[in-house]
Design a protein around this ligand. Structure first.
Ligand code: NAG
Ligand code: NAG
Ligand code: NAG
Length: 454
C-alpha cells in the first residue's frame, strides 16, 4: 500500500514537473503551424539560397575535422612545459591556455589588429571569417527604439548593413533589445576592451545567413517579445511573430562562431541551432542559471538536420544548469574539452540518431535527488529520448579520454571511433579530461584592456 502510494506520488510529481522542464517552444508542432506562413517572398528566396550554402558548408568527412582539432590540443599540452607563448608584453602575464586563445590573446596589440581573431576559429566553424576584410563599425548608442529605421551608431543599424562589418563598441554599455536582433551575413560582433551586456529584452536571430562571429559579450535575462515590423537588412523589413526568448537562435545558417560569451537565464534556450544549420563552433563560453541550455535540431520530422555539424570546445557548463548541454537530433556533435561542473537532470542528450563524440571533457556528477522517496539518479551524463535500447544501441555516442568525477558516467553506444587522421599516441599524450580546468580557465568574457594582452 505504502509503496503504491509512493509510486503514485512519483508519477504526480513527474506530471507536474515535466511540462515546465520540456518547454522549448521550437519542439512543439503547434508552434511550427503558427510560424509557417510567415515567410514573405524575400525570406523564401533567402531560405532557398541558405539551404544551398548550408549544404556547401557541410564537411563530408566530419571525423577528419574533429581529429584535427584534437591533434592541435595535444600540441598545446605538450608545449606546456616550454612556457613559450605564455607571456605577454609589459611584464603582464598572459596565459592563453588553449589553441584558440593562443592564436591571439597574448598579443598586446590585439586592439590594433582585431580582425586577426577571425583566423583563430577551429572545429566545424573553422571557415567562419565574420566581418573580416570589412570596415570597423563603432557602436556608440545603446538605444534600440527604431525597429524599421535604426539610428546610425546603434547595434541594430550595424547588423543590418550590407557587406562585411567588424562591429565594436565605443564604451561599456547595456543594450536592451526591443525585439529580436536580426543579423545579416558577414558580421563580427566584438565586445573586447569594454563590457557589453545584452540583457532584459530580446535576443539574437541568425536566420538564413552565413559567416557570423559573436565574441566577448554577456547575454542574460532574454525575454519573449511580441514581434511586429522589424528591419532585417538594409533594404527589407517584415512582420515577425513572437520571438521565443532564446539568447542566440541560429536558424538555417552556416559558419557561425560564438567565442568567449557569457550567458545565463534566457526564457527559452541559451543557444539553439535548427533548420539545417551547420558549420558551427561554440567555444570558450560560460553558461549558468538555465534549464534547457542548447537545442541542436528541434524536430524529429526534419532530417535535413543531418548536415548539422557543431563543435563545442573549452566551454564551462556551470552553476544551476539543468539539462541539454546539448540536446541533439540527427547531426554530428564534437564535444571536446568542456568542463561540465553542474547539471541536475543530464548533460548530453538526444534523439533521432545524432553522432556525439565526447572527448576529453570533465564531468562532475551532481548529487542524487529525491522526488518524494524516490531517488533520481542524475549521475548518468547521457540521455537518449524516445527510443529503446534496441534502437539507440547503434547510435554513435562515444566517450574518449573524458574524466569522470563524483560518480558521473557516460553510456557509450554505436561503433568505436576509427579512421581518424591522428595517431593513438597523440590522444594518449593529451590525457585531456584532467587538463580541462586549465583549458577552460578563462571561459566567458575576458577582461581586456587596449594596449595590454587580454
Ligand atoms: C587536417 O590537417 C591536415 C594536416 O595539417 C590537413 O592536410 C587536412 O586538410 C586537415 N583536414 C581538414 C578537414 O581540415
Ligand atoms: C559575404 O562575404 C563573401 C566573401 O567576401 C561574399 O562572397 C558574399 O557575397 C557576402 N555575402 C553577403 C550576403 O554579403
Ligand atoms: C531571469 O530573467 C527574468 C526576465 O526574463 C527575470 O525576471 C528574472 O528575475 C531573472 N532571474 C534571475 C535569477 O536573474
Amino acid at each position: 500500500m505504502g509503496r503504491s502510494l509512493d509510486i503514485l506520488l512519483f508519477i504526480v510529481c513527474l506530471a507536474i514537473i515535466t511540462p515546465t522542464l520540456n518547454a522549448n517552444k521550437l519542439e512543439s508542432s503547434e508552434y511550427w503551424k503558427e510560424q509557417r506562413p510567415e515567410f514573405d517572398s524575400y525570406w523564401q528566396e533567402k531560405a532557398e539560397i541558405a539551404k544551398q550554402d548550408n549544404h556547401a558548408a557541410y564537411f563530408p568527412d566530419p571525423y577528419a575535422v574533429s581529429g584535427n582539432f584534437t591533434a592541435s590540443i595535444s600540441e598545446i599540452i605538450t608545449l606546456k612545459s616550454s612556457r613559450r607563448n605564455l607571456k605577454g608584453g609589459k611584464g603582464e602575464k598572459c596565459l592563453a591556455t588553449n589553441p584558440v586563445d593562443r592564436c591571439w590573446r597574448c598579443d598586446p596589440n590585439w586592439a590594433k589588429n582585431r580582425q586577426k581573431l577571425a583566423d583563430c576559429v577551429q572545429g566545424f566553424g573553422r571557415n567562419t571569417r565574420g566581418g573580416k576584410g570589412g570596415p570597423i563599425y563603432v557602436v556608440t548608442d545603446p538605444s534600440d527604439n527604431e525597429l524599421l529605421d535604426p539610428k546610425p551608431g546603434t547595434l541594430r543599424h550595424a547588423v543590418t548593413r550590407n557587406g562585411p562589418l567588424w562591429i565594436i563598441f565605443a564604451r561599456s554599455m547595456l543594450i536592451t533589445l526591443q525585439q529580436e536582433l536580426i543579423m545579416t551575413s558577414n558580421k563580427t560582433i566584438d565586445g573586447r576592451g569594454v563590457d557589453v551586456y545584452i540583457a532584459n529584452g530580446a535576443g539574437f536571430t541568425i536566420q538564413f545567413v552565413k559567416n557570423i562571429i559573436i565574441h566577448g559579450i554577456k547575454i542574460y535575462n532574454i525575454q519573449v517579445r511580441q514581434g511586429g515590423m522589424i528591419i532585417d537588412s538594409e533594404s527589407h523589413f517584415g512582420l515577425r511573430t513572437r520571438s521565443d526568448g532564446d539568447g542566440i537562435s541560429i536558424f538555417g545558417s552556416n559558419n557561425i562562431w560564438i567565442d568567449h560569451v557569457s550567458m545565463r537565464n534566457c526564457t527559452d534556450g541559451l543557444i539553439d541551432a535548427i533548420m539545417g544549420s551547420t558549420a558551427i563552433t561554440i567555444s570558450n563560453s560560460h553558461f549558468t542559471d538555465h534549464n534547457e541550455v542548447m537545442l541542436f535540431g528541434a524536430s524529429d520530422s526534419y532530417p535535413e538536420d543531418k548536415i548539422m555539424q557543431i563543435t563545442l570546445a573549452f566551454n564551462h557548463f556551470g552553476k544551476r544548469l539543468v539539462q541539454r548541454m546539448p540536446r541533439a537530433r540527427f547531426g554530428f556533435i564534437h564535444c571536446v574539452n568542456n568542463d561540465y561542473t553542474h547539471w541536475e537532470m543530464y548533460a548530453i542528450g538526444g534523439s533521432m540518431n545524432p553522432t556525439i563524440i565526447s572527448e576529453g571533457n570533465r564531468f562532475i556528477g551532481p548529487e542524487n535527488k529525491f522526488i518524494g522517496k524516490d531517488q533520481i539518479n542524475a549521475k548518468q551524463i547521457t540521455k537518449r529520448e524516445y527510443a529503446d535500447a534496441k534502437h539507440w544501441s547503434s547510435w554513435q555516442w562515444r566517450s574518449i579520454n573524458d574524466e569522470f568525477l563524483n560518480g558521473a558516467f557516460f553510456v557509450n553506444s554505436g561503433p568505436e571511433l576509427k579512421n581518424r587522421p591522428f595517431s593513438r599516441k597523440d590522444m594518449i599524450k593529451a590525457k585531456p579530461g584532467s587538463y580541462v580546468g586549465r583549458l577552460t580557465r578563462y571561459s566567458g568574457i575576458l577582461v581586456c584592456r587596449v594596449g595590454q594582452p587580454c
